[in-house]
Every structure is written in structure tokens, then in C-alpha cells.
Design a protein around this ligand. Structure first.
Ligand code: DX5
Ligand code: ZN
Length: 226
């Protein structure tokens, strides 16, 4: 039985001049989470926004806030992002010297703990922390920018991660982020993704609400209606 997947629109591609309208749209839509990309200009070659914007969205929605930290030394900022309203906090494998400690730190705040893998980072490196996380984020582009081209090797990476998790009966989410759109959603779901992050494909669509609905409808398991 297939699990129902979640849609997490990435606010990076939204209209910053009217965030109230953005959140109104997302609140009324079938979007499951808000995905917030925090970039520091050091871990990635771009700077986005910080905890204050997380705080703004906390006031604008009851939906879970999925905070993706693309920053060095993320352990320094976990309490402040949690305090700002993050429900899921994802750190990059490549940015953590003591990943196990950082995951514990996230869980101790009460947030869900996620680890993101850059395209070059193999899933096998997570073998010894799989029990200690709530989500693995597979980057399907190099982090730093929206609107990039999906890297197709990510599909087999997700498959391998799914197999690794199934074998050990681990129910953490598998999230995929970067270049996700209608052209690859079905294949991503088949490969084993649970959470689809999508920025430009949603916010640049003529009707973002319909795009979210379409992404949510794909891969639906109809056996439940038989
Ligand atoms: C990239 C970010 C993504 C980004 C995705 O570093 O982590 O969340 O917003 O944007 P799209 O969906 O446009 O590739
Ligand atoms: Zn992201």
C-alpha cells in the first residue's frame, strides 16, 4: 500500500512583495507543508532570508513549517529556528561535524530532525544515524538556487535510500528538493519519495493552486476506493 505523499511548496520562488497573499493561497490549497530555504552565502553561494521570515509565516499559517538550513554550523541556530516556529529542521550532512549530536539537539527542541544530502553525498553515509532522524532530504539539484535542472541520478539515490529504510523498518520521510515538477513527480513517487518540494514549478504556474492539486493527485492509490 502506497503512502500518500506530501507537497511542500518552496517559498523561495514566491512573490516576496505580497507574502500575505502567498500564505492565503497555500492555506487554501492542498499544500501540506511550507518549505523555507535558509541560505547563508557560505555553505551555498546565495543568501535568502532568516528566522524572522519563519516567524512571519508562523503567524500566517497553521501548516507545518519545514525549515531547510543551508548554513554552516547549523547547530548554533537550531534553538532560534525552533523558537521562530519551525516544525521540521533539516541540516546538511556536509555542514555537520557531529551529525548525531546535532540530530539529538533538534529532537530535544521538539522539532522533527532532517538531514539533507547534496547530489555528491551517498546515502550509505546515513547508515548509522537512520534511527535518529525523521526525514532525509535528497537534493536533486546543487543547493543555492531555485529553478535549476533536476539531476536524474537522484531517482536511483531515492530508490537505494528507500530500500535501505525498508530493510530496517524505518518510517522516516524521504523528501526530494530541486527541479521537481509534473514531468518527474510520478517517477519520484515510484522511486519512494514521500515529500515533494517544489518552488518554481508551483509559483510560476499560471494557477499555483491547481498545480498543487495536480501534484497531490498523482500517484494516488485508488485501491482504497474499490
Ligand atoms: C534549492 C532549494 C530549493 C529550491 C527549489 O537550494 O533548497 O528548495 O527552492 O526550487 P525549484 O523547485 O525551483 O528547483
Ligand atoms: Zn530547499
Amino acid at each position: 500500500m502506497k503512502r500518500k505523499h506530501l507537497i511542500a511548496p518552496s517559498l523561495l520562488a514566491s512573490d516576496f512583495s505580497d507574502l500575505r497573499a502567498v500564505s492565503r493561497l497555500l492555506n487554501e490549497s492542498e499544500a501540506d507543508w511550507y518549505h523555507l530555504d535558509i541560505m547563508d552565502g557560505v555553505f551555498v553561494p546565495n543568501i535568502s532570508y532568516g528566522m524572522d521570515l519563519v516567524r512571519v509565516f508562523r503567524r500566517l499559517t497553521d501548516k507545518p513549517l519545514d525549515v531547510h538550513l543551508m548554513i554552516v554550523e547549523p547547530e548554533k541556530y537550531i534553538p532560534v529556528f525552533r523558537d521562530a516556529g519551525a516544525d521540521m529542521i533539516t541540516v546538511h550532512y556536509e555542514a555537520c561535524r557531529h551529525l548525531h549530536r546535532t540530530l539529538e539537539q533538534i529532537r530535544q527542541t521538539g522539532a522533527g530532525a532532517g538531514v539533507a544530502l547534496n547530489p555528491h553525498t551517498p546515502v550509505s553515509l546515513l547508515e548509522d544515524v537512520l534511527e535518529d532522524l525523521d526525514m532525509v532530504l535528497v537534493m536533486s539539484v546543487n543547493p543555492g538556487f531555485g529553478g535549476q535542472k533536476f539531476i536524474y541520478q537522484s531517482l536511483s539515490k531515492i530508490q537505494r535510500l528507500r530500500a535501505m529504510m525498508d530493510e530496517r523498518n524505518i518510517s522516516a520521510y524521504i523528501e526530494v528538493d530541486g527541479g521537481v515538477g509534473m514531468q518527474n513527480v510520478e517517477r519520484l513517487l515510484q522511486a519512494g519519495a514521500d515529500v515533494l518540494v517544489a518552488g518554481s514549478s508551483i509559483f510560476q504556474a499560471p494557477d499555483p493552486m491547481a498545480m498543487i492539486r495536480d501534484m497531490k493527485a498523482l500517484g494516488r492509490d485508488f485501491t482504497e476506493f474499490v
